[in-house]
Write a protein that binds this ligand. Structure first.
Ligand code: AMP
Length: 184
């Protein structure tokens, strides 16, 4: 049973590491960003609503995200655990998640904070070439992260659920650290 939350700025390597670890632990990798991008591509109602926020580097409003995550965590494949990547991103989202996990009796093992320096993040994001990776949008996403998501570090630290991993290292070294943590 593995239930983990990945925290960290955009470009920290959350997506890559979460995907690798989810495969290793045989649990679903739940990325709200991926779900939203798929909804945009499919042109669904959710996608149409989310698109403008995502293109601008803003967070999608909570009312869209909370239903989405509640629905995803009620699917059968989550019985063996899950790995959350990109959710929660605000304190209200984290509070909602805590209540939801209490209700469905699925406590989180711990929260991984991928700690990465600013210049490393910028270099990585500029290389990635995604639609929302234009420099001005990147800078805005980083600002949104600092303001709205970084407070979650204290939120989880004060609940003794936070574990920090040095995300400045190579992908392989970060993954080795993560694996060690999960196998402990
Ligand atoms: P990501 O792939 O996690 O970097 O997410 C890409 C974009 O999707 C973000 O910049 C937000 O616009 C949106 N998004 C993803 N997850 C969330 C979330 N938990 N709350 C609000 N917006 C989100």
């Amino acid at each position: 049973m593995t239930r983990l939350i990945f925290l960290g700025p955009p470009g920290a390597g959350k997506g890559t590491q979460a995907a690798l670890l989810a495969k290793e632990c045989e649990v679903p990798h739940i990325s709200t960003g991926y779900i939203l991008r798929s909804a945009v591509t499919a042109g669904s109602e959710l996608g149409q609503k989310a698109d403008q926020y995502m293109s601008a580097g803003e967070l999608v409003p909570d009312d869209l995200i909370l239903d989405l995550i509640q629905e995803r965590l009620s699917q059968a494949d989550t019985e063996k655990g899950w790995l959350l990547d990109g959710f929660p991103r605000t304190v209200p989202q984290a509070e909602f998640l805590q209540k939801l996990l209490d209700q469905i009796e699925q406590p989180v093992d711990f929260v991984v904070n991928l700690d990465v320096e600013n210049d490393v993040i910028l270099a990585r994001l500029l290389q990635r070439g995604r639609k929302d990776d234009e420099e001005s949008v990147i800078l805005h996403r980083l600002e949104v992260y600092r303001k709205q998501t970084e407070p979650l570090i204290d939120f989880y630290r004060s609940r003794q659920q936070l574990v920090s991993v040095d995300g400045n290292q190579t992908m392989e070294a970060v993954y080795a650290d993560l694996k060690r943590l999960v196998m402990e």
